[in-house]
Design a protein around this ligand. Structure first.
Ligand SMILES: Cc1cc2nc3c(=O)[nH]c(=O)nc-3n(C[C@H](O)[C@H](O)[C@H](O)COP(=O)(O)OP(=O)(O)OC[C@H]3O[C@@H](n4cnc5c(N)ncnc54)[C@H](O)[C@@H]3O)c2cc1C
Length: 375
C-alpha cells in the first residue's frame, strides 16, 4: 500500500553532508526527514583524513571526533615512483577517523532529533512548488524543499539525467584497513604509475590505505593483489607497505566510475550538497570538509531565508549557487591542476625537484585547496 508523508524538508542521503545538514537544522521547528539507503555504521571507500577546517563547526554542533579516538594529524609526506620523499607540516592539520566511526558519530547524535528512514529514493518530481519523492519501499514523501546529499554517483543522478552521469569515468578506487607500523601524526601520499595511495591512522590504530587509479592501469593485472604487488610496489614505500601490512578486512572495498566532472549546486530546484554538488580530487584530502562546509553554507542560508517575511525560492537558489562557487570554485580548479601534474610522470618529476628546492611550495598548494575554519 502506498503511504503519504508531508515534510518541510527532505534530505536524500545520510553521508557526512546529509547528516550534518540534518543536525544543523534540527531544533529549528522544521519537519525534517532524512532518507538513507544503508544502515549505520558502514564502511566507505575514503582516505579517512579530515581537514581541521571544519572542526570548530563540528564542535559547535557538539560533535567531537577526538572523543572516539580520532588521531591528530599534523605532518604530510609525499613520495614519487623513484622513492623521492618530501615532508612538510600541514598548514591547518587534520584528524584520522574511519567513515565507519565518523558517520555513525553524527548519526547517533541525530537519530532522536529528526525522522530517519532507511530506504532508497528512486524518483524526485517537482510540481507547483512541491516535491514528490518516491522510494523503493513504495513510500511517497512530499516536501517544499529537497536537499540532494546522495554522494558522488547515485541512481538519482541517472533519474535526473545529470550531465556527468552520461559520460564514462576512467577512475576506480580501492580501500582497506591494515595493521602496520605507521606514525600517528602523519598522512602520506604515495604516487605510482596511474594513480596514488593515501595512508593514515584511524581511531582503531589501524592504517587506512586508499588508492585511486585508472581502469587502464588496473586492467593489465586484472586483480587487486597482483596490481598492488606488481604495479604499485614499484614505489619502494608501497612495496614495503604491501609486503608487511596485515589486512584487517577479508576483502578490500572498491568503487568504480568515480567522476570529477563539473556538476551544478542546484538542479531541478534540489539543493545539492557534498559530492552531489561536486567532488574534489582525493589527493587534496578535503572532500569530507567540503561536504560538511557545504552543509553549513546551505543550512545558514536556508534558516536566514525562512526568517524573511516573504520567502522567495528563486533568491535562495541564486544565493546558494553563488556561495557554493565562491567557497569551492577555486579549490576544485587547483585540485584538478595538481591531479593532472601528479598523474603525468614528466611533470610529476619536475614538480618534485621544484618542491625539493622550494619546500614552502607544498603548504601553499595545500592552502589553496582548503578553506578557513568558520563556525
Ligand atoms: C578514493 C577516495 C579517497 C578519498 N579520500 C578522502 C580523504 O582522505 N579526505 C577527505 O576529506 N575526502 C576524501 N574523499 C572524498 C570524500 O569521501 C567525499 O567527499 C565525502 O564522502 C562526501 O560526503 P557526502 O556526504 O557528500 O557523500 P557520501 O558520504 O557518499 O554519502 C552519500 C550517501 O547517500 C546515500 N544514497 C545514495 N543514493 C541514495 C538513494 N537513492 N537513496 C537514499 N540514499 C542514497 C549513500 O548510501 C550515502 O550514504 C575521497 C574520495 C575518494 C573517491
Amino acid at each position: 500500500m502506498v503511504r503519504k508523508n508531508k515534510w518541510d524538508l527532505i534530505i536524500i542521503g545520510g553521508g557526512l553532508a546529509g547528516l550534518t545538514t540534518a543536525l544543523h537544522l534540527s531544533n529549528h521547528n522544521l519537519k525534517i526527514c532524512l532518507i538513507e539507503k544503508n544502515t549505520y555504521p558502514n564502511h566507505k571507500v575514503c582516505g579517512e583524513y579530515v581537514s581541521n577546517e571544519i572542526l570548530p563547526y563540528l564542535n559547535s554542533l557538539n560533535i567531537d571526533p577526538f572523543s572516539i579516538g580520532a588521531k591528530k594529524i599534523t605532518r604530510f609526506n609525499i613520495t614519487n615512483l623513484e622513492g623521492t620523499t618530501l615532508n612538510t607540516d600541514l598548514p591547518l592539520g587534520g584528524f584520522g577517523i574511519s567513515r565507519y566511526a565518523f558517520d555513525n558519530l553524527i548519526y547517533e547524535s541525530l537519530k532522536n532529533e529528526i525522522e530517519i528512514k532507511f530506504d532508497t529514493v528512486e524518483k524526485i518530481l517537482f510540481q507547483d512548488g512541491n516535491f514528490k519523492v518516491s522510494t523503493q519501499n513504495k513510500e511517497i514523501f512530499t516536501a517544499e524543499f529537497v536537499v540532494g546529499a546522495f554522494g558522488k554517483r547515485s541512481n538519482i543522478d541517472s533519474f535526473l539525467k545529470r550531465d556527468f552521469i552520461l559520460q564514462k569515468s576512467p577512475w576506480l578506487a580501492v580501500k582497506g584497513h591494515y595493521e602496520f607500523d605507521f606514525p600517528e601524526d602523519t598522512v602520506a601520499l604515495h604516487n605510482f604509475n596511474g594513480g596514488y595511495c593515501g595512508l593514515s591512522k584511524i581511531e582503531t590504530n589501524a592504517v587506512n590505505a586508499c588508492y585511486l587509479t585508472t581502469f587502464k592501469a588496473f586492467k593489465k593485472y586484472g586483480d587487486i593483489d597482483s596490481f598492488q604487488s606488481n604495479e604499485m610496489s614499484k614505489n619502494p614505500f608501497l612495496k614495503e607497505f604491501y609486503k608487511t601490512a596485515k589486512p584487517i578486512f577479508e576483502k578490500s572495498l572498491t568503487i568504480s566510475q568515480v567522476s570529477f566532472q563539473k556538476k551544478k549546486p542546484v538542479e531541478n530546484h534540489i539543493f545539492m550538497i557534498g559530492d552531489s554538488a561536486g567532488l574534489i580530487h582525493p589527493l587534496c584530502g578535503n572532500g569530507m570538509a567540503m561536504a560538511i562546509r557545504s552543509a553549513q553554507i546551505f543550512s545558514n542560508l536556508f534558516l536566514e531565508a525562512m526568517q524573511k517575511d516573504c520567502f522567495n525560492r528563486n533568491i535562495l537558489e541564486v544565493n546558494y549557487t553563488r556561495s557554493w562557487y565562491n567557497e569551492f570554485g577555486k579549490r576544485l580548479k587547483t585540485g584538478r591542476t595538481i591531479q593532472s601534474l601528479l598523474m603525468n610522470p614528466h611533470s610529476s618529476k619536475i614538480g618534485f625537484s621544484v618542491a625539493k628546492t622550494f619546500p614552502s611550495i607544498i603548504p601553499i598548494l595545500i592552502k589553496k585547496t582548503h578553506g578557513s575554519p568558520t563556525i
